[in-house]
Design a protein around this ligand. Structure first.
Ligand code: GSH
Length: 211
């Protein structure tokens, strides 16, 4: 059976958890705090990040977008990517935007964690602009549609939905719902799916000093 090294707030790990659930693939969830010194993540990923999918043969697959692609290739049913090339590229574009926004949010999170006097306002503002831009683009492209691309759930929705819920949980003051009511309605619809409802993000306490 697969095992997945995951963290409860991680939007990256949540993408994989939702994909596995949507495909009905059984796995054991291993919850870690990747920022603590005793995480096992570096044993499996030279980049020391989770999620990591541990394989029954002792191998590991890491980097959320690559794990999503790996699972899609190994377990194509039910498909979470379109069959046509243009559709596949459109879905990947969503994934690129969402991962970029999540990366910027992680940088912002640890900028805030820096000691007083060590924080950089211009650096923080630069990252914030990326998140604002990503949300504007998602809002524009998704519009009032039920799904980001096509007429059924794809990896584009899994990515977009995880970013939006992560904002709600980790960044409750971020006014994205009032700025983009269409995204708020889209997120609420997605969160009703059992795969989303069962994996809602929960904050973790980081024991070690990171920044
Ligand atoms: N690009 C990576 C990002 C994953 C990531 O940043 N994971 C965080 C947890 S949410 C982590 O493990 N960080 C530890 C570190 O960067 O040292 C992916 O998509 O998997």
């Amino acid at each position: 059976m697969y095992q997945l090294i995951s963290a409860t707030p991680s939007p990256y790990a949540r993408k994989v958890r939702i994909q596995l659930a949507e495909k009905g693939i059984p796995f054991e969830l291993i919850t870690e705090v990747p920022w603590n010194h005793d995480t096992q993540t570096p044993l499996w990923n030279p980049l020391e990040k989770l999620p990591v999918l541990l394989l029954p043969d002792g191998g590991s697959v890491f980097e959320s977008r690559y794990i999503n692609e790996w699972i899609e290739l190994k377990h194509p049913e039910p498909p979470l990517v379109p069959k046509d090339v243009d559709g596949q590229l459109a879905v990947k574009r969503f994934e690129v935007i969402v991962d970029g926004a999540c990366d910027a949010l992680v940088l912002m999170f640890f900028e805030i964690a820096r000691a007083e006097g060590m924080r950089s306002d211009p650096w923080y503002a630069r990252q914030q602009r990326k998140v604002d831009g990503a949300l504007r683009e998602l809002s524009r492209v998704i519009g009032e549609r039920d799904f980001a691309h096509g007429e059924s759930l794809t990896l584009a929705d899994i990515a977009s939905g995880t970013l939006l819920r992560y904002l709600t949980v980790r960044w409750p003051d971020y006014p994205w719902r009032s700025q983009h009511p269409n995204l708020a309605a889209y997120s609420d619809r997605l969160e009703q799916r059992p795969s989303f409802a069962a994996t809602r993000p929960v904050p973790q306490v980081i024991r070690d000093r990171v920044a």
